[in-house]
Design a protein around this ligand. Structure first.
Ligand code: HEC
Length: 127
């Protein structure tokens, strides 16, 4: 009787250890980006310019064909015409109300979109 009790408690301890090990493995799978996407201190001059330059400037800067009034390498034009109207966020999130961007391409990586939203929500400062 005593022996089977000891085996039972040993089994309980082992099962608990194995289950808690699995819990941590699963947490890593569920939140793979949590640690890598930092939106707390997004800056225009570094983060936003880097995202726009890699994904948008090909068509929205300098003399590119889509530039017209859509020159995103000009902070004031970007802010006044596309941030304040909400079009920038609608376009990158592929939401109704703006043509989905990048044009004819899938959405950008979630972290890029989250950084743009975080910057816009803080008033899109020229920092
Ligand atoms: C391959 C060229 C191309 C790329 C790359 C591109 N755009 Fe555009 N963009 C366009 C064209 C063309 C239009 C005009 C579309 C229209 O009028 O329907 C446009 C329009 C827009 C508009 C105005 C949308 C509206 O409905 O008024 C926004 C905002 C915009 N782009 C943001 C972006 C952002 C942000 C990126 C990068 C993530 C990007 N674009 C990348 C070609 C591009």
């Amino acid at each position: 009787m005593k022996k089977s009790l000891a085996i039972l408690s040993l089994t309980t301890i082992l099962v608990t250890l194995i289950l808690s090990g699995c819990y941590y493995d699963k947490a890593e799978l569920v939140y793979p980006q949590a640690a890598s996407c930092d939106t707390t201190n997004v800056k225009y001059s570094t983060d936003i310019v880097a995202i726009l330059s890699a994904n948008c400037y090909a068509c929205h800067s300098g003399t590119a064909s889509a530039s017209g009034g859509r020159k995103f390498d000009d902070y004031t034009l970007l802010k006044n015409n596309f941030v304040n109207s909400g079009k920038l966020v609608l376009a990158v999130t592929h939401s109704p109300g703006a043509t989905p961007m990048p044009f004819n391409q899938p959405k950008m990586a979630k972290c890029n979109i989250d950084k743009i939203i975080a910057w816009v929500n803080r008033g899109a400062p020229n920092n």
